[in-house]
Design a binder for this molecule. Structure first.
Ligand SMILES: [Zn+2]
Length: 304
């Protein structure tokens, strides 16, 4: 299995900030210790970002001229390092998506920044990595019909906004009904999950949502946002999935997408456990599920 990381590109944060910057390096170490090749992501270039994002927003990000309101909504202090890291996070998803086209499944140990829309950056999300990667695939003539399965506990409002008028891209978001964002942009299918929902009911809802989405989307390519924040111990989530339940979720999503003939690019999205090692466990579980599917496939003779 090949995976991409950008954890060496750090940025300054105030003390006790909630953004879990440590999880990326710890996860990359865990995956590398499992014998997998972890590659350094290149930075997405500005032209690639401009395929999705408003030029005014991009120039404010590039020059450090976000308004006070924009920076507050982003929740991260602007710095040149933040911008560099954001571009590398997108670059990892671009590389993983290209790899998945040939090898059926690949993963970026970052990305999933789904609150970034065409003309807004918010909720710790500077750029929408999945949308930029999908634009790149389409520029190369691939992935005409795409499905985005977003299982982060927060609704994928930025992704929904970017694809609101695009009939080729089906956006599915399963999220805590009472979680951020509180004003939403509708996805093609939004599944509001009640606070306190555990494994069995969550997995049943996911199965039904996948049936509906796959039937409508008939995807040639898929992205999967495997957020760790539906976990029962997450500080920002309101659901109650166990680690085993999250692993069953990952297996269900990947198997359904691959059976449908769609290569899958997996990205991390959120995870805010009190102890970052719990978040890393959950993401490492996702990587293990990806590795099992990669190793089971002979290159060039995959299920697609
Ligand atoms: Zn989240």
């Amino acid at each position: 299995m090949h995976v991409w990381t950008h954890h060496c590109w750090r940025f300054p944060l105030p003390p006790r900030h909630r953004f879990p910057i440590e999880k990326y390096g710890l996860l990359a170490d865990r995956v590398a210790a499992g014998g997998h090749e972890v590659r350094e992501a290149d930075a997405a270039d500005w032209a690639e970002l401009a395929a999705v994002h408003d030029c005014g927003l991009l120039s404010r990000i590039r020059e450090g001229c976000l308004t006070v309101r924009e920076e507050k909504g982003l929740g991260l202090p602007w710095s040149p390092e933040l911008v560099e890291r954001g571009r590398r996070s997108v670059g990892g998803t671009i590389a993983a998506a290209r790899h998945a086209l040939e090898h059926d499944v690949a993963m970026n140990l970052g990305g999933g920044t789904h609150h970034a829309g065409h003309d807004f950056a918010r909720g710790y999300c500077l750029f929408n990595d999945v949308a930029v990667a999908l634009a790149g695939l389409r520029r190369d003539g691939a992935a005409a019909r795409a499905l985005i399965v977003d299982c982060d506990v927060h609704q994928g409002d930025g992704t929904a906004q970017i694809y609101a008028e695009d009939p080729r891209t089906f956006t599915l978001s399963l999220h805590g009904a009472r979680n951020y964002p509180f004003s939403r942009v509708p996805s093609d299918l939004d599944v509001d999950i009640a606070s306190g929902t555990g494994d069995a009911r969550y997995l049943r809802a996911l199965r039904e949502a996948l049936d509906f989405a796959l039937d409508r989307a008939r995807p040639e390519f898929a992205f999967y946002l495997a957020g760790a924040d539906p976990w029962e111990g997450d500080r920002l989530g309101r659901l109650a999935l166990s680690k085993a339940g999250l692993r069953a979720r990952d297996e269900l999503v990947l198997d359904r997408l691959l059976e449908a003939g769609a290569p899958v690019c997996v990205v991390l999205a959120g995870g805010y456990a009190d102890d970052v090692r719990d978040t890393v466990d959950i993401h490492a579980g996702t990587a293990a599920v990806v590795a099992e599917r990669t190793d089971a496939l002979t290159p060039g003779q995959g299920v697609s």
